[in-house]
Design a binder for this molecule. Structure first.
Ligand code: NAI
Ligand code: 15L
Length: 264
């Protein structure tokens, strides 16, 4: 069991779930976000700070022996917002980790690093990235930071390319990209107990029958996702049909591939 596990982005969708479901991993959960996170449970420490603030992030990381980095901009936004949360934020986090004992990190990357691949293609983790916007580019950058800090300093990171981590799949694309909360939790348990993690890229998807991503390279991790989106098939197929040329039908990144470059 870890002494102190930091979860950034703790006020967000995934952070709120992780806070409830991962308290068994550490004696203390240090939770952080740019907005308040509600009342602190007895085993929680709350730190409100901007990931773009280097001094604050250094203080935040000090004393932690694991980090689940969920904080930052999570959809396509203006470059300036993405730069603060996801570019400078990741720089600050990895520098703080380097200065404070290299705690193991889970980096919440995204399927939008490869969003422009067609849905007809099956992907392995070593294929070139095809980001579908500035958000996806910021995640490609974060993955590169993780690799460089591993090669140069031995920093371990689970680069988790999350598909769609929500309670259930709500459209046809999500039948392939869905990551259940239970499978997310079992993955975090493996990441923080496996003796050697290195800097592995992991597709964050459940055992979906119609999935697109090949995780056969991470057998050593011992993660066995259990859920399959097929149980929601009838619900999803009852939705109105989508045009054959819609981005959410053509591309793995779905609608993000059609987002403009937001200027403000
Ligand atoms: P979310 O948007 O609900 O949560 C992100 C949190 O980060 C928010 O609470 C926000 O206040 C905080 N944040 C934003 N900018 C910040 C800054 N400058 N400083 C400090 N905190 C800041 O997103 P969600 O869905 O919980 O996702 C968590 C992470 O997982 C994100 O990094 C996202 O990119 C990634 N991800 C999530 C997926 C999903 O299906 N939920 C899919 C792929 C990636
Ligand atoms: C993401 O990267 C987003 O953070 C999340 O909100 C979803 O849009 C997800 O990808 C997705 O592609 O479904």
């Amino acid at each position: 069991m870890m002494k102190r596990l930091l979860i950034t982005g703790a006020a967000g969708g995934l952070g709120t779930m992780a806070r409830k479901r991962l308290s068994h991993l550490a004696e203390t959960l240090r939770l952080s976000d740019i907005v308040p996170m509600g009342e602190a449970a007895p085993n929680e420490e709350h730190v409100v700070c901007d990931l773009a603030d280097g001094a604050a992030v250094e203080e935040l990381v000090k004393g932690c022996d694991g980090i689940i980095h969920l904080g930052g901009v999570s959809v396509e936004k203006s470059y300036d917002l993405i730069e603060a949360g996801n570019i400078r934020g990741v720089y600050n986090l990895y520098e703080a980790a380097r200065l404070h004992g290299l705690p193991r990190i889970v980096f919440a990357s995204s399927n939008h690093t490869i969003g422009f691949y067609p849905q007809s293609q099956r992907l392995t983790a070593d294929m070139p990235t095809r980001p579908d916007g500035w958000y996806g580019i910021s995640k490609v950058y974060g993955e590169a930071v993780a690799h460089m800090y591993h090669e140069k300093f031995g920093q371990e990171t689970a680069i988790l390319r999350i598909g769609s981590c929500f309670e259930k799949p709500v459209d046809r694309r999500m039948m392939a990209t869905w990551l259940s909360y239970d499978d997310f939790v079992s993955l975090m348990e493996r990441v923080f107990t496996v003796p050697k993690l290195g800097c592995a890229t992991i597709w964050g998807a459940s055992a979906n029958t119609c999935g697109w991503w090949d995780n056969s390279h991470i057998g050593w991790l011992g993660w066995k996702p259990k859920d399959d989106s097929e149980v929601y098939r009838a619900e999803v197929e009852a939705l109105p049909p989508r045009p054959a040329d819609a981005p959410d039908v053509l591309y793995q990144g779905g609608k993000f591939t059609a987002d403009p470059v937001f200027r403000d």
